[in-house]
Design a protein around this ligand. Structure first.
Ligand code: GUN
Ligand code: ZN
Length: 438
């Protein structure tokens, strides 16, 4: 008998037609006309979960008559959104009223995170979170778990079932957190290591070593996690940095020997190119210099920074210095799951600093910029041959309010900007993850 593999039928490729938007370079570094490739009648050919080609729609159709065609007409096909800092366990407490950071953590976050000891609850919220984010065109995210390894097992298992590229890690805290939400330096090390061995590099899953922030870790725990990162340097490391001024004052009390907040990580081996530093609003000159020297990722969380009243991230100044910057919702400190809403708030925060961000810059931050901070820009965050087929299709006339504005548009940017500023899940015509329509 012949080997049945010889007769295995390859599924046909899929050809998406519509307007397409790709980046040849960063619009922060290159004039927008050369940084962006926009095709009004474009096509994206998908084969085996990857983008096989991006080009003229009619030409791709003629060259691939076997392809299944999905015609999105004048809707805009872009890379799926990459949310570089979220707490999926905070899904259920998003939009909780009226507190500042430390009070918000104690009042809402910690009681909710306690519930993730229960694997069934973690499974339920992981599923809810990934359903919600797919509806918003978010195809990859870097999430915190809770201190419970079960919370990460639940998240990775659900992402694996969906074939989704995700990053997550067990949150580590051994002080200044309630009973039941504290680990130890040793258990944080051991549990994180076991999760790395079980999950890191499995299909599209990556592990991030996750000390929550220096107020909730003893020096001994930070040292243990620094040693773990040194032993697994291909993992990411995610934490919070200089989000609120009273938090910074507390860090100064807790670490009197440290030169600044960043130093509480740096002295324990927790500063590096694969480090993701959420918020990074109130930075000292030394901190900025060190972050840039090592090529660390600064994660801008604009809806969270306004919702919790943290401050105005200096995107323009930090970009001008050559920092690597990603964009994030910071669910549930952030008030939305939507990267459109996140871009809109990034625009408004930059306006308050007298810097009007261009629509191309906002789209780049929500895709390539975030992907670069995750060291995944070769795989996700752009429409280009060889990239993984994680895509979002935007309807640029999703509500009457937006439609009447975009109808007057004279170019792509004028057509897209109303959707960035006023759009929500109704603007997400389709989300493709790993070459499959969700
Ligand atoms: N700092 C430490 N933990 C958190 C958190 O869960 N959310 C935000 N916004 N900041 C933090
Ligand atoms: Zn956070």
């Amino acid at each position: 008998m012949p080997d049945t593999a010889e007769f295995a039928v390859m599924p046909p490729p899929v050809l998406l037609l519509g307007q397409t938007l790709s980046f040849a370079a960063s619009p922060f570094e290159t004039p927008i006309e050369s940084a962006v490739r926009h095709l009004t009648h474009g096509g994206v050919l998908i084969r085996d979960g990857k983008i096989a080609a991006v080009g003229d729609g009619a030409e791709l159709r003629a060259a691939h008559p076997e392809a299944q065609v999905v015609d999105y007409r004048d809707q805009l096909i872009c890379a799926g959104f990459v949310d570089a800092h979220v707490h999926y366990p905070q899904t259920g407490i998003i939009a909780s009223w009226g507190k500042r950071l430390i009070d918000w953590l104690n009042s809402y976050t910690f009681p909710e995170e306690m519930r993730f000891k229960d694997r069934a609850y973690a499974d339920e919220i992981a599923k809810t979170y990934l359903d919600l984010t797919a509806r918003h065109g978010v195809t990859t995210m870097a999430s915190y778990g809770t201190i419970h390894p079960e919370s990460v097992e639940a998240f990775f298992s659900e992402a694996q079932r969906r074939g989704q590229r995700v990053v997550a890690g067990k949150t580590c805290m051994d002080r200044n957190a309630p009973e039941g939400l504290r680990d130890t330096p040793q258990s944080a090390y051991d549990d994180s290591k076991a999760l790395i061995e079980r999950w890191h590099g499995v299909e599209r899953i990556s592990y991030a070593i996750t000390p929550r922030f220096s107020p909730t870790s003893t020096p001994e725990q930070l040292e243990a996690l620094g040693a773990l990162w040194a032993a697994h340097p291909d993992c990411l490391m995610q934490t919070h940095l200089s989000e609120q001024t009273d938090e910074i004052a507390w860090v100064r009390e807790l670490f009197p020997e440290a030169r600044d907040y960043l130093d509480t990580y740096e002295q324990f081996g927790l500063l590096g190119a694969r480090g993701l530093y959420g918020h990074a609003i109130h930075l000292e000159p030394r901190e900025k210099d060190r972050l840039r020297e090592v090529g660390a990722g600064l994660i801008h969380c604009p809806t969270s920074n306004t919702f919790i009243g943290s401050g105005l991230f200096d995107l323009k100044g930090l970009m001008a210095q050559g920092q690597k910057i990603g964009l994030a919702s910071d669910t549930g400190g952030g008030s939305s799951f939507s990267m459109l809403r996140t871009m809109a708030t990034a625009y408004e925060v930059a306006q308050l600093r007298h810097h009007p961000l261009h629509a191309a810059e906002l789209m780049w931050l929500a895709t390539q910029g975030s992907a670069q901070t995750l060291h995944m820009a070769d795989q996700i965050g752009n429409l280009a041959a060889g990239m993984e087929a994680d895509l979002v299709v935007l309807n640029l006339a999703s509500t009457p309010e937006i439609a009447q504005r975009s109808a007057r548009a004279e170019d792509l940017w004028e057509a897209l900007f109303p959707t960035i500023m006023m759009g929500d899940d109704r603007a997400i015509a389709a989300t493709w993850i790993g070459g499959r329509l969700t």
